[in-house]
Design a protein around this ligand. Structure first.
Ligand code: SF4
Ligand code: F3S
Length: 106
């Protein structure tokens, strides 16, 4: 499956959700995740993210391995999102900042 990684936190552009043919994106307060049990590896979402937050599970950036388990866990708790919405208000300032996992809201 594909995995949403750290750069999505505090940004949440949501361009990714509309292309998923199996509706496997789930939305939390400041982050999105992919349900690994639903993802069919179609690859459509990966190029849609303007800040490159989506990776195949086997190719997540070094140091971000924890996001594989986080997507699996949080996708069971958060509701499905299929419609694009405005990014979070300070998205531009948070793009590419390291250590955003510390501000992940559940
Ligand atoms: Fe959905 Fe395809 Fe992305 Fe998986 S790879 S989350 S099926 S759009
Ligand atoms: Fe997040 Fe990128 Fe989707 S910022 S909401 S993974 S378009």
């Amino acid at each position: 499956p594909f995995v949403v990684t750290e750069n999505c936190i505090k940004c949440k552009y949501t361009d990714c959700v509309e292309v998923c043919p199996v509706d496997c994106f789930h939305e939390g307060p400041n982050f999105l995740v992919i349900d690994p049990d639903e993802c069919i590896d179609c690859t459509l979402c990966e190029p849609e993210c303007p800040i490159n937050a989506i990776y195949p599970e086997d190719d997540v950036p070094a140091g971000q391995e924890a996001f594989v388990a986080l997507n699996a866990e949080l996708s069971k708790a958060w509701p499905v999102i299929t419609t694009r919405k405005d990014p979070l208000p300070d998205a531009k300032e948070w793009e590419g900042k390291p250590g955003k996992i510390d501000v992940l809201e559940r």
